[in-house]
Design a protein around this ligand. Structure first.
Ligand SMILES: [Zn+2]
Length: 129
């Protein structure tokens, strides 16, 4: 199911979990909106998921990140952001049914206070000095 898992080995569990959550959400959304069969995504949703994964790979917060919905850095292109909103609005509540554990983690991660980039940088420089 996670065909895009290639990159996961070297990543922080926090980012891996975020990827799994978004993967699941896109599947829930696509299945009920785009009339697809089995677990295949339509081209449009597939493209969105690839994009979301790339954004996560490049996310400057990594393990410090809150959930994307609460992030202070808006790294998505406007068009992709609109799609993300639609998907989250639909699949968010349904995650509890489909993947209660991931949904629970997502809730907990979302309670983390979103940080600014400045705060993250300061923290990192403290750690290394
Ligand atoms: Zn779709």
């Amino acid at each position: 199911m996670f065909k895009r898992e290639l990159n996961l080995g070297k990543q922080h569990p926090r980012i891996i979990r975020e990827k799994k959550t978004i993967d699941k959400m896109v599947h829930i959304y696509c299945k009920s909106h785009h009339n697809i069969k089995s677990n295949q995504l339509c081209d449009e949703c597939n493209e969105f998921l690839e994009y979301a994964f790339i954004r996560l790979d490049k996310c400057p917060f990594q393990e410090e990140k809150s959930t994307c919905g609460k992030c202070v850095v808006h790294c998505y292109q406007p068009q992709m952001r609109e799609k993300a909103k639609k998907i989250m609005r639909y699949s968010g509540p349904r995650m509890l049914l489909h993947s209660p554990i991931l949904a629970l983690h997502h809730l907990i991660d979302g309670r983390k206070k979103p940080q600014t980039l400045k705060e993250v940088k300061e923290k990192k420089s403290k750690k290394s000095s």
